[in-house]
Every structure is written in structure tokens, then in C-alpha cells.
Design a protein around this ligand. Structure first.
Ligand SMILES: Cc1cc2nc3c(=O)[nH]c(=O)nc-3n(C[C@H](O)[C@H](O)[C@H](O)COP(=O)(O)O)c2cc1C
Length: 346
């Protein structure tokens, strides 16, 4: 799959999830395999240009995080074209414009989902961003948009807006199959994503919403005809979902789930990445919170979770994880349900 001139190794995209898809997590998902491109969390254009520490940290990327899309939000009064240029100069291979965030802080300031309510102004804004990006990057960096179906059921704009965005030069559109007022409730409407696919001429449409199993990727592609699938919340619990889905798309059979031991090793790697690329307290807090998501796929591991949830240093976390990795458990998933103390005797 291509987004403009950018070639993706797979049609699977890691979604921006504010507060979650930071640099360590993006690298982790890429290392697990199957990720075609990953996005930063949404970035405030003004804060970025003012050099606000938090925004600069959110935009952090490096050679292990390629290709990366940087997602910007704002409205016609915001310096989005300038922020796009900043993002290109700081490693963005793709510029994405957020048109779907329903959170008050963003939408009340006319950014995010509010862009769905006034499509003519949105198209003018997009035109300015694309002109600035093209002038700066000479066609190397495509601009994409991430939309919802519309503000509410009475104002579905997905198909017409996607067509107009394509005419304006947008290189790909991601559609989260919900309206803004739905926020995250109910089910994503995959057939409605299919209507967006049918509305565009040739740009890729990326389907998004409620893909939590590798099989859902193939299903979504079948129902909607979308070329790519973006996965958000599902990846927080199973960062290996991309690789399993990639194998499914390539071979027709879903890729193997990592063993219990491999999951422990993956968590150790997540800790290393947090240690290297995040502030200490942020890293500790992140792992204390993430462990319960990872744990949901690992059978009985309450004592391990408890240690990680209460540890205040990475070494304690790592040591406990290593203690749970046992040689005879490499491929024996059933043993993952047994506590380490018992396993020593198995
Ligand atoms: C906590 C949270 C934060 C999110 N932050 C962003 C964001 O920064 N930018 C964005 O475009 N979408 C954001 N989203 C939406 C996701 O990218 C995605 O569209 C949505 O979760 C549906 O996909 P999923 O069912 O695979 O999670 C966020 C979603 C959640 C739950």
C-alpha cells in the first residue's frame, strides 16, 4: 500500500491514541512486526511552534520509528501550515490532520471533529496546508486526514468530504466508523466506511474502529473494500496484533500468538524503551497501568501484575518478569495459568 509517495510494508496502521501511542509504544509495535506506519498523538500546532515541552516530547521520533505520521489539530486561525513544516523538519513522513477528535478541549476550539461541521472552511484550510507542505517538501510528504462519519446521524459527511478532500490533494483518508456524538459508544459502522470507499476515486481509504482481533482486519477489508486498516485500542492489549494480521492477509492463516514467555520478553522490551525514551516517572506510571492490559492475555499472573503495579523502579519490574520466564514454558500456553512457584514443581 502507498500513501502518496510513501510505501508501507503492510496495510496496517497504528492509530494515534493520546496518552498511549508514544515513541516507546510505537517502536514496540513496530518491533513486534506488521506495522505499515504509526502516528503520533494529536499535536497542537501553536504549542508545537512555541516549543512547548509537552508537545515537543509528543512529537519525538527517531530512526526506529519510521515511517511516522505526525498528526496535527487546529482550525483556520491556527498556524497549521507552519506546524506541518515544523513536523516535516522533525521527521514526519506523513502529515495527518485530525478531523475526528470529539473531546471538548479540542472540538470546542474548532479543531478535531468540528472540522466536519463546516466542510467548505475545512477544505480551504486543507488547501493551505497542502500548498505549504508541497512547497517545502516538493511532493515527498503526503497530507492525510482522519475523519469520523459525521457530527451526528443527521449530518453524515464522510463520503462527500472524502471525495472533496481527494480533489483538494489529500493522499489518504482514515475513517473511524462512528459519528462525533457517539464518541466511543456503540459499534463502529463498517458498511458506512464502505460508502466512503465507494465515494473516492483512487486514494486509499483506511478503515478504523473496533478491530481487536487479527481476523477483524480481513473482515473489515471485505465489508468495506478499504485498502488499509488502522488499529487503536486493540493494540494496547496485543501489540502483536499487526503481525498476526499481516500473516493472515499474506497466507490466509492467522499468525501465531506469542508464547507466555515471549509476552514477558515483550514487556521487558517495553520497559527498556520507556527507560530510554521517556521521563522516569512517566515510564513507571505507564508500565504500572499497562500491565493489566497485557495481563488480560496471559492467564493467571496476578502476583506478577501486583509487583509491577506497585514497583517504583524498572529493575524490580524486570526482575519479576524474568522470574516468570521459565524454559519449559516456551510453547506451553496452559502452564501460563499456573503461578511460577507451582511451575517450578511441574
Ligand atoms: C484515549 C483515546 C485517545 C485517542 N486519541 C486520538 C488522537 O490523538 N488522534 C486521533 O485521531 N484519534 C484518537 N483516538 C481515536 C483512535 O485513533 C481511533 O480512531 C478510535 O479509538 C477507534 O479505533 P479503535 O476501535 O481501533 O480503537 C483516541 C482514542 C482513544 C480511546
Amino acid at each position: 500500500m502507498h500513501i502518496g509517495p510513501v510505501e508501507l510494508k503492510s496495510p496496517l496502521l497504528l492509530a494515534p491514541i493520546a496518552g498511549y501511542c508514544d515513541l516507546p509504544f510505537r517502536i514496540l509495535c513496530r518491533e513486534m512486526g506488521g506495522v505499515g506506519i504509526a502516528y503520533t498523538d494529536l499535536l497542537n500546532s501553536r504549542a508545537l511552534l512555541a516549543g512547548a515541552e509537552k508537545s515537543i516530547k509528543l512529537a519525538q521520533t527517531n530512526g526506529l520509528d519510521q515511517p511516522v505520521g505526525m498528526q496535527l489539530y487546529g482550525n483556520a486561525q491556527d498556524p497549521l501550515p507552519e506546524a506541518a513544516i515544523w513536523a516535516i523538519d522533525h521527521g514526519a513522513r506523513v502529515i495527518d490532520i485530525n478531523m475526528g477528535c470529539p473531546v471538548d478541549k479540542v472540538a470546542k476550539k474548532n479543531g478535531g471533529s468540528l472540522l466536519l461541521r463546516d466542510c467548505p472552511s475545512t477544505l480551504q484550510l486543507v488547501d493551505k496546508i497542502i500548498t505549504a507542505v508541497d512547497r517545502h517538501a516538493r511532493g515527498r510528504v503526503p497530507v492525510t486526514a482522519k475523519i469520523r462519519l459525521g457530527w451526528d446521524d443527521d449530518s453524515i459527511v464522510g463520503p462527500s468530504l472524502a471525495r472533496d478532500l481527494e480533489s483538494a490533494g489529500i493522499a489518504a483518508v482514515t475513517v473511524h466508523g462512528r459519528t462525533t456524538v457517539q464518541r466511543f459508544s456503540g459499534q463502529a459502522n463498517w458498511p458506512a466506511i464502505g460508502e466512503v470507499v465507494a465515494a473516492v476515486r483512487s486514494i486509499p481509504v483506511i478503515g478504523n474502529g473496533d478491530v481487536t482481533q487479527p481476523e477483524h482486519v480481513a473482515e473489515m477489508m471485505k465489508v468495506t473494500g478499504c485498502q488499509g486498516v488502522m488499529i487503536g485500542r486493540g493494540s494496547l492489549r496485543t501489540p502483536w496484533i499487526f503481525e498476526r494480521a499481516r500473516v493472515l492477509l499474506e497466507t490466509g492463516t492467522v499468525g501465531p500468538e506469542p508464547s507466555f514467555n515471549d509476552k514477558c520478553r515483550m514487556i521487558i522490551r517495553h520497559i527498556e524503551l520507556l527507560e530510554r525514551y521517556a521521563d522516569h516517572q512517566y515510564g513507571i506510571r505507564t508500565m504500572q497501568q499497562r500491565i493489566s492490559r497485557y495481563g488480560k492475555t496471559m492467564g493467571h499472573m496476578k502476583p506478577l501484575k501486583e509487583v509491577i503495579r506497585t514497583a517504583n523502579d524498572f529493575d524490580t519490574m524486570r526482575q519479576e518478569l524474568r522470574r516468570w520466564i521459565l524454559p519449559h514454558r516456551e510453547h506451553v500456553s496452559i502452564l501460563s495459568r499456573v503461578e511460577p512457584a507451582l511451575q517450578e514443581t511441574v
